[in-house]
Design a protein around this ligand. Structure first.
Ligand code: AMP
Length: 423
C-alpha cells in the first residue's frame, strides 16, 4: 500500500540535517573522501532520509525537487552498492538512471563522477541530438551505471547496443517532468525491458495522481520520503513582483540588472521566440546574454551553460523545458520575464536560486494580462508575493483593460494577511 504524503506530513523537513554527519550513514571511505573534497559538511534532508533506505535495498518513492541535494541521495548509495558488485558484462549495465533532459542527464553523470572520484566504476550518459556511434562504443564493454533519456535509450536497445540482463537498480528521476514531456509510453516500454527483480527508486518534485498511477505499476511496496511540502517555495528565496506594461518588460529587466549590478541572472520566458527576442534586446543594451531552448543544438546549449557558469555570460535566458535540471551553484537571481502558464512551474523556476540553503532572489515581471496567472501562483504557494517598484525607472501607463487589472493587483496586495494564504 502506498501511503499518502498527507499521512506523512509530520516527517517533512526542509532544513538540512545539521546534527547528522555523512559518516553515520555508513558510506565507505572513498565516498566520504569525495564528499569532503566537494566541501559538503552535512547530508541534506533528502540525503539523510533516502540514503539509509536505499542502502537497505528498499524501493523508494521520494518527493524532492531539484536543489534539495536529491541527486546525491541516490548517487551515493548506488555507488556504495557497486563497490561490492561484480562488473557488468559486455553491452550491459547494472544501474539505469532515466531522466527527462539532456542537461539533467549530463549533470547526473557529472555528480556521479564527483562522488565516485576515488572509486573505479564505469559510467556512461546517452541522450538524443548527438551522434549515436560514440555512445554505442562506450557501451560495448559494459558499464556499471548508465544515465539516459528515454528515446535514445530505446534506439540503442533496438540497435542491440545495450541489454538489461545484469540490471539490478532502476532510477526514474524527475518523473513528473517525464510525464509532462509526454514520455509515458517510452517509460513503460523501457520498464518492460527490465528484469522484474530489481530495486526501483522514483524521484519526483510532486506526486500527482498520474505519477501515483505510474508508480503502482512499476514499484512494489515503496517507502515514501518527502522533504519539501508540496508546492512550497524555499524560505531562503526572497520573492517580488514588478507590475509593468508588457512592452516595457525588456527595458525594466535591463534597467534592474544594470542598476543593481546583478551578476548571473537566469531569466525565464514562455516561448523560444520570446527568449531570442529578449537576448537580442539585452545584447543591444550591452549585457552579455544567451538563450537556451529546444531549438538550439546540443552543443550550443552546453556552451551557453558552461559560459554562464564561468561568468562569461551575465544573463541566461531559458524556456521551462530547457531549464529543467539546470544545476548552477549559488545562482543569486531568477527572473520570470513571463509568468508560467502552469503555476507549479513557478516553484520549479525559482527553485534555481536559494539552493542547498543559500539565499536568493526571485523577481517576476508581471503585466496586467498576467494577473490571473499570478493569482494562481499565490494560491498554490499559499503566500502573497510582495509588489516592488523602481523609482529610477519610468513606468508607462497601461491601457484601460490593463489599469482595471492593476486595480486587481492592488486589491490583492492589501489583502496580504487574508485567510486565504494562511491555510
Ligand atoms: P540537486 O538537488 O541534486 O540538484 O543538488 C542541488 C545542489 O546542492 C547541487 O549543486 C549539489 O552540488 C549541492 N549539494 C548536494 N548535496 C549537498 C550537501 N550535502 N551539502 C551541500 N551542498 C549539497
Amino acid at each position: 500500500m502506498i501511503k499518502t504524503f498527507e499521512d506523512k506530513k509530520e516527517e517533512q523537513v526542509e532544513a538540512h540535517s545539521d546534527a547528522l554527519s555523512f559518516d553515520s550513514l555508513g558510506l565507505s571511505e572513498p565516498l566520504l573522501k569525495a564528499i569532503a573534497y566537494h566541501g559538503y559538511k552535512h547530508p541534506s534532508a533528502i540525503q539523510a532520509k533516502a540514503i539509509p533506505l536505499i542502502m537497505n535495498g528498499d524501493d523508494v518513492m521520494a518527493a524532492a525537487q531539484t536543489g534539495t541535494g536529491k541527486t546525491a541521495s541516490f548517487a551515493l548509495p548506488i555507488l556504495e552498492s557497486l563497490l561490492t558488485k561484480k562488473q557488468s558484462s559486455q553491452r550491459q549495465t547494472t544501474v539505469l538512471i532515466l531522466t527527462p533532459t539532456r542537461e539533467l542527464a549530463a549533470q547526473i553523470l557529472a555528480s556521479l563522477e564527483t562522488y565516485g572520484k576515488y572509486v573505479s566504476i564505469r559510467t556512461a550518459v546517452v541522450f538524443g541530438g548527438v551522434n549515436i556511434n560514440p555512445q554505442k562504443n562506450k557501451l560495448k564493454n559494459g558499464v556499471e551505471i548508465l544515465v539516459a533519456t528515454p528515446g535514445r535509450l530505446l534506439d540503442l536497445y533496438r540497435q542491440k547496443a545495450i541489454r538489461f540482463d545484469d540490471l539490478d537498480t532502476f532510477v526514474l528521476d524527475e518523473a513528473d517532468r517525464m510525464l509532462d514531456m509526454g514520455f509515458i509510453h517510452d517509460i513503460r516500454k523501457v520498464i518492460s525491458l527490465l528484469p522484474k527483480n530489481r530495486q526501483t527508486l522514483l524521484f519526483s518534485a510532486t506526486f500527482s495522481n498520474d505519477i501515483r498511477k505510474l508508480a503502482k505499476s512499476i514499484i512494489k511496496n515503496p517507502t515514501e520520503v518527502s522533504v519539501t511540502p508540496r508546492n512550497t517555495a524555499a524560505a531562503t528565496i526572497a520573492q517580488a513582483v514588478y507590475n509593468v506594461k508588457k512592452s516595457q518588460k525588456s527595458a525594466l529587466l535591463s534597467h534592474l540588472v544594470s542598476q543593481h549590478s546583478w551578476e548571473q541572472v537566469l531569466v525565464f520566458t514562455k516561448t523560444k521566440h520570446g527568449a531570442n527576442r529578449l537576448t537580442d534586446y539585452l545584447k543591444e543594451a550591452g549585457l552579455k546574454s544567451m538563450a537556451i531552448h529546444g531549438n538550439k543544438s546540443q552543443s550550443a546549449r552546453t556552451k551557453a551553460l558552461a559560459d554562464f557558469k564561468k561568468n562569461k555570460i551575465r544573463i541566461l535566458i531559458a524556456t521551462d523545458i530547457a531549464s529543467r535540471g539546470l544545476d548552477i551553484d549559488q545562482l543569486p537571481h531568477v527572473v520570470n520575464y513571463d509568468l508560467p502558464y502552469v503555476a507549479e512551474d513557478y516553484v520549479h523556476r525559482i527553485g534555481r536560486t536559494g539552493r542547498a540553503g543559500a539565499s536568493g532572489e526571485a523577481i517576476s515581471l508581471v503585466s496586467a494580462d498576467e494577473a490571473k496567472l499570478l493569482a494562481a501562483i499565490q494560491r498554490l504557494i499559499k503566500q502573497e508575493i510582495p509588489i516592488k517598484t523602481c523609482n529610477s525607472f519610468k513606468f508607462e501607463k497601461d491601457d484601460k483593460k490593463g489599469s482595471d487589472q492593476r486595480r486587481f493587483f492592488r486589491k490583492r496586495s492589501k489583502k496580504s494577511h487574508s485567510d486565504k494564504f494562511r491555510r
